[in-house]
Design a protein around this ligand. Sequence first.
Ligand code: NOJ
Length: 571
Amino acid sequence: MWSRLLPLCTVLLLCYGKRTTATTTVDWWESATLYQIYPRSFMDSNGDGVGDLNGIASRLEYLKELGVTATWLSPIFKSPMADFGYDISNFTEVDPIFGTMADFDALITKAHQLGLKIILDFVPNHSSDECEWFQKSVRREDGYDDFYVWEDGKIDAQTGERMPPSNWVSVFSGSMWTWNEQRQQYFLHQFLPKQPDLNFRNQMVREHMRGVLKFWSDRGVDGFRIDAVPHIGEKRYANGTYPDEPSSGWSDDPSSYNYHEHIYTKDQPLTLEVVYEWRQFFDEYKRQNGVDTIALLAEAYSSVEVLSDYINNGTHSGTQIPMNFNLMSLIGYSTAKNVEDLVKGWMDTIWPRHQTANWVLGNHDSARLANRVGREKVDLMTMLVHALPGTSVTYYGEEIGMSNVATEYTPVSCDDRDPERTPMQWDTTAHAGFTTGSTTWLPVSVDYEQLNVATERSVARSHLNIFKGMTKLKQTLAFKAFKDENGFSFGAVLPQVFQVVRTAAKQEEYRILINMGNKIEYLYGLANQTMVYVLLSQFSPHSYGEKVDLSKRLYMMPYEAVVLRWSTDGD
Ligand code: NOJ
């Protein structure tokens, strides 16, 4: 009986005690600082100009310095690299360009010793066409006949020509169906023809994929970022046909992905079913092995309503972190009101149902933050994503303000996403300290002598130091205790000034104020409080420790962002 009453007593004490203490009941991933590494570009240990696992291992202390909780590695698996690792030929082997399995084990051991978690990319939608499974499927080998999505196609009644089974267009343009001479059938590929889609209607495929997850979990992996989630399943009628998609009106080019409304090739019920299965698998894995939660991140460019279902549809649980790309639509002209709308877009739908949030600012598929919003707003965005409750996701190099690099003239360049994938800028030495070799797989940015880790460490208000300042704040109770009723609030206090307030049990409060505009802004009577400046962006004329009485007037310079603090201790 006492054990039953104890929790109630605790709650009463917490609520009515003179100095209440906020609790942090969040799991590790819920308020984590996540950092994406593009392994080819982070650090090269063997001088071949391509980043590798030992390179990453040698820089783990840097992640610690950044205040990172977990790092997500883009694919490190055996691959012919048609899509730089997102075309996997062996899901349980490390590609030699990145090192060996022993290197991976050493990396994870060191990461765990440092208190860092490792998240791997999991690419279930497709394999490489050079994967053994696909080769076997082409040959219709026993058990593999149905491993991929194969179809005969249609015959044009007038010309007698063979046509793909449907009008579907792949994400990378052109038909989603490619004819295979050997098997005399079309196969489906939501991405490149070298990335055939696995058939998730086949239980053996599901089993193989669970095997992959188990393999890496057994090696100590702490989470998975699931690639291309919405694309996992497609609509197929009982008679084996595939319905055409209607045109969207957004494009005149029938070979463009935007030409159709993707009502049969995105976010299908089959996909949700599979995501729920993975979650069930990990809940069971956790129970059996007594490990920390193995978190699932989902790459899903879908509506918030659909993302909500990927988390939990009321009956089943799925991914913990459906990646929120909303803030990536911000550009140079975006106002505080725009920021508010984007934040509300998530908070109005997802928060009430799941009390979870995450904020992604960039990745290997999008232009660098500095190119999207302008260099003067990089720090503002860094402050924003770390100020908001939940998980922040940073793409390597954004913390030092790296920008896109013109890559047209490089020997290896073959992807329009190369500009945002160039080598990490570590210091002012040759190749920005990325390699000891004579070349790099993509060119190093010309701005590396100024924008690099070593230099920025010693510049008080560098991008790097502001980033570190924010991750440090993310460790405070006020930032962590975000499930409390009074834990946070946000909104545009002026059309160009966005505010986030984080509070810990009435003991400590932080106000993050961000002036998105290029004009001086004045705030009158913001609160009945005197607060202290504890973090300042590059354009701030204020100084650390300076006090400001918010019942009076506060002014903000163009593109200025500040963090103010108040506490019952008066410090
Ligand atoms: C999403 C990944 O982020 C992207 O880089 C890749 O090309 C596609 N999925 C296909 O795997």
